[in-house]
Design a binder for this molecule. Structure first.
Ligand code: PLP
Length: 455
């Protein structure tokens, strides 16, 4: 169809994140106008199920009037107030209290940011600050995992373990290293059990720390289940083995809950489902159900104590964003957490995820799908050219992009991640019927993509 006026204006003016800038000039955007529940509507009135909760974030779906009201009320009362130089405001305090209460580990203080990238940048800086405070200026290296996703600012993009976030950006920066990705479907060797694979992954982390020198390694960062790297669920016993390695070398464990936090895996935090015992935690996205941009870093007491001493030297802790703890965002987050609790979002996930997972796993039989994997209300289909050998498609064929295009035509938004992996992460308020409709639409899109591939 010819491009709409809005599409033409978009092409002329907007530089899009994570977009093929070349093809966008001819294909143009889908322009969304409004949302309701799990549905989005574009400027032509076409309806879509939002199969990825925006970008893994709109857990309460669209049109939640309580969140709108929380924002409006705070905007009327105090639209902005910062937290620099000891200033504060009640929604910020209430949010810090709530996060401290529900955190998956013992934490002392909460530092506010506006995004997941800012949260993880802050984590890197805090790990460095902490070790300076302890008189360990050489203990600065941070280890993340290949295919881990931690954001796109300079330090966070360095943590991210995906080639297109590094190549051409001269990243990673120094002091950031990557260890193996615990991806059973791609990484497990013949005859290896999940436990053996977990041991091998932990041994490889141990070897990297040994090679670099334990006195130079400050922290390890991991998402409980990797999201944007391909929805990768580590093998059983992985985190307990990793934790033993980290403890041996006094390395901080940073838990990136930006996707898994707030019920996604069937517990309030992914760490609880996966048996992780982190020292610090990053959250964002579903913290406000994405109605406002807000994130947080949760800091344990021993880091806070060291930071007090260090801040005395320069008279200030020299880090913070204008919008650290923005009161409108904080008020919306407080309301979001209240709704999660009141509506028992964790119970809801446990009630609907069996349907979601069984419909997902059924697509594992589809000729294009090598593996259908997931946990709680997150899942992915890894598309392959050969189911027996697990041979991937030639990336240039763009098979994942074909599936998403056919899905959009069917009225479903999903995302193709690198390696032709179709990711699913719908709003947690989705009903059983809507889950059925989502998978019906996805099944038809896969059939059309298969016909296209075989033609
Ligand atoms: N960490 C994880 C696990 C993420 O999935 C993301 C974004 O997808 C980020 C960090 C970065 O968050 P943001 O895009 O808000 O900067």
């Amino acid at each position: 169809p010819p491009l709409s006026n809005l599409a033409v204006r978009d092409i002329e003016t907007v530089l899009h994140p994570y977009t093929n800038l070349d093809t966008h000039r001819t294909i143009g955007p889908i322009v969304f106008e409004r949302g309701e529940g799990v549905f989005l509507y574009d400027s032509n009135g076409k309806e879509y199920i939002e199969g990825l909760a925006g970008l893994w974030c709109t857990s309460l779906g669209y049109g939640n009037e309580e969140l709108v009201e929380a924002a409006a009320e705070q905007m009327r009362r105090l639209p902005f107030s910062h937290m620099f130089a000891g200033k504060s405001h009640d929604p910020g305090i209430a949010l810090a209290e709530k996060l401290k209460e529900i955190a998956p580990c013992e934490i002392s203080k909460v530092f506010f940011v506006s995004s997941g990238s800012e949260a993880n940048d802050t984590q890197v800086k805090l790990a460095w600050y902490f070790n300076n405070a302890l008189g360990r200026p050489n203990k600065k290296k941070i280890i993340s995992r290949l295919r881990g996703y931690h954001g796109v600012t300079v330090a966070s993009a360095s943590l991210t373990g995906l080639p297109y976030n590094h190549i051409d950006f001269d990243l990673p920066i120094s002091n950031i290293l990557h260890t193996d990705c615990p991806h059973p479907y791609r990484g497990m060797e013949a005859g290896e059990t999940e436990e053996d694979f977990a041991t091998r992954m932990a041994d490889s982390l141990d070897a990297l720390i040994q090679k670099e020198g334990p006195d130079t390694v400050a922290a390890f960062i991991a998402e409980p289940v990797m999201g944007a790297g391909g929805v990768i669920i580590p093998p059983k016993t992985y985190y307990e083995k990793v934790k033993a390695v980290l403890d041996k070398y006094d390395v901080l464990f940073i838990d990136d809950e930006v996707i898994c936090g707030f019920g996604r895996l069937g517990t309030m935090f992914g760490a609880q489902t996966m048996g992780m015992q982190p020292d610090t935690v990053s959250v964002a996205k579903a913290l406000s159900s994405a109605y406002q941009p807000i994130g947080a870093v949760m800091v344990p007491e021993r880091m806070y104590q060291a930071m007090i001493d260090e801040s005395k030297k320069l008279g200030t802790f020299g880090h913070g964003y204008t919008y650290s703890g923005h009161p409108v965002a904080a008020a919306v987050a407080v309301k979001t957490l209240e709704i999660y609790e009141r509506e028992d979002i964790v119970g809801k996930v446990n009630a609907i995820s069996p349907t979601f997972q069984s419909r997902l796993k059924a697509l594992g039989e589809h000729p294009l799908v090598g593996e259908a994997r997931g946990l709680g209300m997150i899942g992915a289909l890894e598309l392959v050219a050969d189911k027996d050998t697990r041979r991937a498609f030639d990336p240039k064929a763009g098979v994942g992009a074909k599936v998403t295009a056919f899905a959009e035509a069917e009225g479903l938004i999903v995302r193709a991640l690198g390696g032709d992996i179709i990711a699913l992460c719908p709003p947690l308020v989705i009903s059983e019927d809507e889950i059925g409709e989502l998978f019906d639409r996805l099944g038809r899109a896969l059939d059309k993509a298969e016909a296209f591939v075989s033609a």
